[in-house]
Write a protein that binds this ligand. Structure first.
Ligand SMILES: O=P(O)(O)OP(=O)(O)OP(=O)(O)OC[C@H]1O[C@@H](n2cnc3c(O)ncnc32)[C@H](O)[C@@H]1O
Ligand SMILES: [Mg+2]
Length: 199
């Protein structure tokens, strides 16, 4: 296993999603590494059937292509009454965020069970493409009747947190940063990174 404490100075965020990138920047600000963006020219095909497989593919391929450490996130929405759809196909469910939201709302209109969860798999790869650590986080909630709020990105305006009776579109980003699937995955990943750094 590589020695992360000496090698992890630069980290490529292996994502093309501006919303995710913004959250990564906020969540990793104290890590003491320089975060860099993935060049647009590197586009990884998400051929995996699970979030973790796709996170591994994105982290490994971007690490190899850039010759740097890379962190990738594969995430999505699982709606119980839709047999966990859209799941790994969350980004491919329709062409735009609002079309994706409308598709979920229309498919769910015949169902009374509106339970859902966000899932986030995160992987970090060393420059040779080897996966150094990974983690999965979830965040349980429900699908709102209609989009609410302008915070966040993607499915956030219809993802209701029962405890707050607000969607991630309405909840301030600093609160989402404490309870989200991405925050949960990152906190597990960070405890694994800590093990490397302290050795
Ligand atoms: O693969 P990269 O380049 O990282 O960007 P992407 O947007 O394609 O990301 P995914 O393949 O992981 O697909 C995730 C989908 O789930 C949505 N999503 C993920 N996390 C979310 C969050 O915290 N809030 C709202 N929607 C989210 C996101 O908008 C995408 O439609
Ligand atoms: Mg994607």
């Amino acid at each position: 296993m590589s020695d992360m404490s000496t090698q992890l100075q630069k980290l490529v965020i292996a994502s093309g999603n501006a919303g995710k990138i913004e959250e990564f920047r906020a969540y990793l600000a104290d890590l003491g590494v320089t975060l860099i963006l993935k060049p647009d020219s590197i586009d990884v095909e998400e051929t995996g059937t699970t979030f973790i497989e796709n996170a591994h593919l994105k982290a490994s391929q971007v690490a190899i292509a850039t010759g740097e450490w890379a962190i990738a996130d594969d995430s999505g929405l699982e709606v119980i009454a839709l047999n966990d759809a859209p799941g790994v196909l969350s980004a491919r469910y329709a062409d735009t965020d609002s079309d994706r939201i409308n598709r979920v709302l229309s498919e769910l209109s015949h169902h009374s069970n509106r339970e859902a969860q966000f899932v986030c798999a995160i992987a970090i790869a060393s420059p040779d493409g080897a996966i150094a650590a990974d983690a999965i986080g979830v965040c349980k909630g429900a699908i709102a009747d209609a989009p609410r709020g302008n915070h966040g990105f993607g499915y956030d305006p219809i993802f209701l947190i029962p405890e707050f009776q607000q969607t991630f579109g309405e909840i301030p980003p600093e609160v989402k940063a404490k309870i989200s699937h991405r925050a949960n995955a990152l906190s597990i990943l960070r405890s694994k990174l800590q093990n490397f750094v302290n050795q």
